[in-house]
Each structure stands twice: as C-alpha cells, then as structure tokens.
Design a protein around this ligand. Structure first.
Ligand SMILES: *Cc1c(COP(=O)(O)O)cnc(C)c1O
Length: 380
C-alpha cells in the first residue's frame, strides 16, 4: 500500500462557483467572490476587516507594510517557522529575532521571547504550529508591557481557536494561508485580518492592498478617479481563486471534524508508546481548540527519527519533518546565528516526524500507517 503524505480535500462545488465567476465576467481581484469570502470571514470569525491575499507570504509582507516596519526594527518570532515569517521582516530591512519554542507543542515560548526584547523591538509574531494556539495571554501581556504589535502567523490555524476566539483575530493583525497543503485551500491563497476598529489603519491597508492606490474608495464611488497615494503592491488574488475558496470554506467544519477523528485515532494508538517512553506526543493546552492541521510525534533521538522516516518510506508511507530552524539556515547564519543558539528548538525539531493526515485518509490506510509505525517502535 502507498500512503501519500498529503491529499487535497475537494467539496465538489469548486467548479460550480468558478463557472459562476466566469459567467459574471469579472475575473480580476476585488470582485464578487472576493467580497463574499471576505464578508464570510468577518462575520464567522469576528474580525474587523479581512483582505484576501495571494498567499500567507503576501499577507505577512502586507502586514509589515501596514505596521510601517522600519529598517533596523526588531521583530521577535520562533526560529521554528516557515521562511515567509522571517522574509516579510527582512524585506523591510528589519531584523528577525529568533526565540525558543515550548517543547510540549512547538509554539513560541513567551518567557524566552521576553528575554529578547530590546529598545528596538517593534513587533512579535506568534506562529500557531499545526493549528494549536500559542499562549496568547502571555504574548498579549508581553506585547502590552513593551508596546509591541502582535502579528499572528496563523497560516496553519484557519478555523482554530484560543478559548472562544479564532486564531488570526487576536493580535492587531493576523495572517492566514490557503495554500494547497493547508486545511482549506485555493491552491495558493491567504488573508490578512485587521482586528482593531482603526479607521486610519483600514484606509492605509486598503491602499497597500490595491498597489498603493485609493481604488477601493473609487470602487465605492467615494472619489471620481484613483491615484497613487501610498506604498503598496499587488496583494489581491484573482476572483476565480476566491470562487474556489468559497466552496472550501463552506466545508470548514466538516474538514476539521474529519481531521479530528483521524488525529484522535493516531493519538490513541500511539499513547501506549508514550507511556513506555518511546516517543513524545504533542500536548494541546486547555485554552487551544485545534483545527488538526497536522499530526507529529517526537522520537527519542535524531537517528531514530531518520530510521523511522526511512523505514516508513520503504513500506510506502510518506512522512515529513519540518521546519528546519531558521537560525541554522544559511540566511540565519548570515544574520549572525549559530547552531547551539537555540538548543530546545534544535533538539526538538531534529527529532520531529509528521504522519499523513487529511480528510480522505481511509481507516485502512491509517491502520496500515499505525501498524508500520508500531513495528518500528517495538524494536526500540
Ligand atoms: C504555510 C505557511 C506559511 C506560508 O503560507 P503561503 O500561503 O504558502 O505563503 C507561512 N507561515 C507558516 C507557519 C506556514 O505554515
């Protein structure tokens, strides 16, 4: 049996909305489906304003423009994240400052982040790994104490919550991803959420989104022509992609539930091995309501992780490990970091392994994966 690492979920209605979008005759950004999806996000998640973007990468870059990040400013983030979190900062000439993760869930360690605050720190980017919320109470307090802006990287956390609040809606700004590998997708896509009723920021963000112009005001009939008013770029996706996304978002609860069932099946099957000290499972804190974006466990050593990965590959089970800590990358070294700077992150990430998890993973396939994982564990 071959079990792929990922399979895309399809509602079956994507084509209908795309067909409708074509018939409406308006394919560019900021169209009918863009507004429909943005309105849905604002109402369903309780955010002040949602902007659809071409990716979470674009949303992060747009966020850094929105907060007017300046060269030399520092932004604290975990080293255990995707490159886009750091690129968005570096693109503005600002400095990513890498902090440790909590070994229980691979999320930003707020206590370690606090130690890295300086007079130049402008913002903090908590990354909700696997759709499990960071300790937002601690992060919001840290930000308030030092007057920092919180920009959530909720790329993996669409539909997940911190207590009763949706991730991406808690910081001043939140960034979501609809990439092909995420829970809800448009192939490539994302969103920037503005969470405070700040009219000045809203006006500026609209212009940044629309290539630095006041085209949004023009579209609403508030000005009779539009012109260049701000720094900006092309952040809005084609309406065709918003049409596709509309079908996916309609199924978000179903997608989460199907992932939850499979996540729990893995967890129950592997729990006895945790009790025997052969692996460590993620622990979801009481304040977090996960969207079950991924399932991972931590092996006793890096060589055992590699042995597990290769052993499963031979049996036809595709697994993955990420992220490679950014401070150990060539770019991270150029920023002045060295291996050894973030020992918890380095240790945990070198032992982490992810198993296939998606709504279409059949019981048979999952039992096959569990059987192969168990066979290797039994030899340790
Ligand atoms: C996927 C991901 C991104 C980037 O998302 P794109 O939509 O592919 O740009 C950023 N941050 C994290 C934590 C991610 O997992």
């Amino acid at each position: 049996m071959q079990v792929p690492f990922h399979r895309v979920y399809l509602s079956g209605r994507e084509i209908n909305y795309i067909q409708d979008c074509i018939e409406r005759g308006s394919l560019a950004g900021d169209g009918y489906y863009t507004h429909r999806v943005q309105d849905w996000m604002e109402k369903s998640w309780g955010t002040y304003r949602a902007f659809l973007t071409t990716s979470a990468t674009a949303a992060l870059e747009m966020a850094m423009l929105c907060i007017d990040l300046q060269p030399g400013d520092e932004v604290i983030m975990p080293a255990f994240t995707f490159v886009s979190t750091a690129n968005a900062v570096v693109l503005r000439g600002a400095i990513p400052v890498f902090a440790e993760v909590d070994p229980d869930n691979m999320n930003l360690d707020a206590t370690d982040a606090a130690r890295r605050v300086t007079a130049r720190t402008r913002a903090i980017i908590p990354v909700h790994y696997g759709g499990v919320s960071c300790n937002m109470q601690a992060i919001i307090k840290l930000a308030a104490d030092h007057n920092l802006t919180v920009v959530e990287d909720a790329a993996q956390a669409v539909g997940a919550r911190y207590e009763d609040r949706f991730l991406g809606t808690i910081g001043q700004l939140g960034c979501l991803s609809f990439h092909g590998t995420k829970n809800v997708t448009s192939g490539e896509g994302g969103a920037l959420l503005l969470n405070q009723p700040d009219n000045e920021l809203l006006k500026r963000s609209e212009m940044i989104w629309e290539k630095g112009t006041d085209r949004s005001s023009f579209r609403r009939g508030q000005v009779d022509r539009y012109t260049w008013r701000e720094i900006g770029s092309s952040f809005a996706p084609a309406d065709l992609l918003a049409a596709f996304l509309n079908a996916q978002l309609e199924d978000i609860d179903l997608i989460t539930e199907q992932r939850r069932v499979r996540y729990e099946r893995y967890r129950m099957a592997l729990k006895p091995y945790q009790e025997r000290g052969l692996l460590k499972l993620a622990s979801i804190p009481g304040y977090a309501v996960s969207n079950y974006h991924l399932f991972y466990f931590i092996c006793p050593s890096e060589s055992q992780r590699d042995q597990m990965l290769n052993g499963l590959k031979e049996q036809g089970v595709e697994t993955a490990f990420h992220f490679l800590p950014l401070h150990q990358s060539p770019m991270g070294q150029r920023l002045g970091y060295h291996t050894g700077d973030l020992p918890v992150t380095e240790d945990m990430s070198s032992r982490l392994l992810r198993l296939p998890l998606y709504p279409d993973l059949s019981v048979k396939e999952q039992e096959f994966v569990i059987e192969k994982v168990s066979a290797i564990l039994e030899k340790w």
